[in-house]
Design a protein around this ligand. Sequence first.
Ligand SMILES: Nc1ncnc2c1ncn2[C@@H]1O[C@H](COP(=O)(O)OP(=O)(O)O)[C@@H](O)[C@H]1O
Ligand SMILES: [Mg+2]
Length: 270
Amino acid sequence: MSDSRVYRDGDKMVKVYQSATYEYVKQAYLRQKFIYDAGLPIPAVFGITKINETETALEMEYLEGEPLPQMYEGKGEEMLNKAMQIMVKLQCQMNAIDASGLPDLTDMYANEITTTPYLTAQLKETLLNYMKRLDKGKTNLCHGDIHPYNIMYNGDKYWIIDWEDAGKGDPAADACMQYFYSMRWGAKSNNRSYEQYLQLFCQNGEDYMQRFCQSGEGYLRLFCEESGIPREDVLVWLPVIAGVQVNIDDEGDRVFISRFIDEWYKSYAE
Ligand SMILES: Nc1ncnc2c1ncn2[C@@H]1O[C@H](COP(=O)(O)OP(=O)(O)O)[C@@H](O)[C@H]1O
Ligand SMILES: [Mg+2]
């Protein structure tokens, strides 16, 4: 994950990486090209340009469209459901592609967990060992940061964007990323403070995980139906995904995620 800004230049969309090496952006370019060539609906990539010592631009096709949340926000349950259905279909189409040549999704997770200043050394070690046990060496194409803002649509066509964390891995882990996001956003849009939300889910140690999951439930149900992957296979990745997402600027979000990991750790270490 790295800092970037985007701007339009005629038919092109230019994504300028601000603190990444040229090599990093080159790898991002090659990855996006591989995925485009595999036939997935994503923006075509044109090339990369070194701007200066710290900035490199990735040039791609400009998509005339809007992020998927425009389709459902404020428009009721039915539109949300329709949008989620579109998303899970795109995900399964993506997961069907073999990505053996790409980096491991779990290496990216491990890197985030290892480098975050927001986890203790002991928690890091426990999470990394836990992840090793889950990792079955799958090679399905995974996005690495799948959520509705990384899907564009124009009322007719849909594309997946933002491929810099893509790799080979377990589709259940990738789906867990979106599940954890929707769970967190669900807490916010229900106008509950994080504290209230945590109380709701942590009051009963054992099944806190069950309760925690309710707000992302719609997405998860659709994903499991479409992919044939059991719900539990997605849920077991939650602690790892929380460890990957804890490295964020918003303090409220971070406290929430840290508490989630602590609760998990308490029940796991027992
Ligand atoms: N190829 C594209 N065509 C049109 N808009 C794009 C394209 N790529 C990105 N965008 C717009 O820019 C935003 C940020 O791009 P994204 O690649 O998701 O970067 P970030 O890593 O900041 O999330 C997207 O939400 C979308 O609105
Ligand atoms: Mg994005």
